[in-house]
Design a protein around this ligand. Structure first.
Ligand code: 3PG
Ligand code: MG
Length: 395
């Protein structure tokens, strides 16, 4: 998806409100991972270098329209200053006179950080009067918070009705990369699906089944597929209410010539915290065990299916990778994605868990793109119009 972008002359000397996603993991007063903060630095540098006056607005947690001091963005001010190497002025509100005063007093090259927009209930109601109030001190709006773009809030959508609006670099890159692997992917196109539940992936399958050359299915969701095919699955995760959907999907794939590959073997154990594991073929999964990772034969078949791929979208890990006993399948698939990328494929990792997995395995820099969004990247791949993105589309 191609989005409206700004040029230096559009923003010079303008007061610009930028929607960032500073909803970072935070514990005991500390930011656990500042990747989301750093992601916005290109957009912010471009604006400041062009001479714009910039204020940043974000949500932080889910305070439900009340002022919750534990969810104040003032707590991460130091991390933001460090990430951007700039002086940042914190304003303990996101609307009104304090914002106007801070903008007039703002020295060149410095930034303003506004307080958590979700301290107001109007934010998530996409209240138009509130949007008008927030827009008032500004000339322009830049949306850069891809990971919040599936929310129809004032700061992700409503503001666009009151200010000339542009997409920032994060939003543009996400539109380009997720678009490349979900809108008109170059073939062969391999879709890798995993994670716990079939339910989470129904809409993605619905949108991408037609486009995919091959679909690899691992993770907990694979066992509902295996059960539908008559395999024993023991105590593995299974959504019995999705068996019809799964049968229908398999039939459609067959009719369309899409190759769906399921695990031929699994790493099994008595439970998630078991220490003893074994590897069994799909025909022989014991009644008292659960599948917690794809097995080595499957990993090899999946890796071979990725050779020669030109587009790859990976959403959902192959097993419970957080536990080293059940990580080998996801590691093997990750390595195969890296190889295919080096050979010319466009590879995109979507979804929060899969992004954590590739970072844990240290391969995040060897794939084409790791999406910054969890829910947002899933909804994008479902073909939904995201409220924070669709209004900025160039047709
Ligand atoms: C996220 O962390 O997933 C985004 O920032 C959106 O947050 P939300 O799920 O609270 O809307
Ligand atoms: Mg979320």
């Amino acid at each position: 998806m191609k989005l409206t972008t700004f040029k230096a002359q559009d923003v010079q000397d303008k007061k610009v409100l930028v929607r960032v996603d500073f909803n970072v993991p935070f514990k005991n007063g500390k930011v656990k991972d500042d990747a989301r903060i750093r992601a916005h630095s290109t957009t912010i540098d471009k604006l400041l270098n062009a001479g714009a006056k910039v204020a940043l607005v974000s949500h932080f947690g889910r305070p439900d329209g009340k002022v919750v001091p534990e969810m104040s963005l003032g707590q991460i001010l130091g991390d933001v200053e460090k990430a951007y190497g700039r002086t940042i002025h914190f304003v303990d509100d996101c609307i009104g006179e304090k914002v106007e005063a801070a903008l007039s007093a703002l020295p060149k090259g410095e930034l303003i950080l506004l307080e958590n927009s979700r301290f107001y209930a109007e934010e998530q109601k996409n209240d138009q009067a509130f949007a008008a109030k927030m827009a008032k001190p500004f000339d322009l709006f830049v949306m850069d918070a891809f990971s919040a773009s599936h929310r129809a809030d004032v700061t992700t959508n409503g503001l666009m009705s009151f200010l000339t609006s542009y997409a920032g670099d994060v939003l543009i890159k996400e539109g380009e990369m997720l678009g490349a692997v979900s809108e008109a992917p170059v073939k062969p196109y391999v879709l890798i699906l995993g994670g716990a539940k079939v339910s989470d992936k129904i809409a993605v399958v619905g949108n991408l089944l037609d486009k995919a050359s091959t679909i690899l299915i691992g993770g907990g969701m694979a066992y509902t597929f295996l059960k539908a095919q008559g395999y024993p699955i023991g105590k593995s995760l299974c959504e019995d209410n999705r068996l019809d959907f799964v049968r229908e999907t398999l039939a459609q794939a067959k009719a369309k010539g899409v190759n769906i590959l399921l695990p031929v073997d699994s790493v099994v154990a008595e439970g998630l915290d078991a220490e003893a594991t074994s590897t069994v073929d799909s025909e022989a999964l014991p009644a008292d065990k659960m599948g917690l990772d794809i097995g080595p034969k499957t990993a090899k078949i999946f890796a071979e299916a990725l050779v020669g791929a030109k587009s790859i979208l990976w959403n959902g890990p192959m097993g419970v990778f957080e536990n080293a006993l059940f990580a080998a399948g996801s590691i093997a698939v990750g390595e195969a994605v890296v190889k295919a990328t080096a050979a010319g494929a466009t590879s995109v990792i979507g979804g929060g868990d899969t992004a954590s997995a590739v970072r844990q395995f240290g391969i995040d820099a060897k794939v084409s793109w790791v999406s910054t969004g969890g829910g947002a990247s899933l909804e994008y791949c479902e073909g939904k119009k995201l409220p924070g993105m669709a209004p900025l589309e160039v047709r």
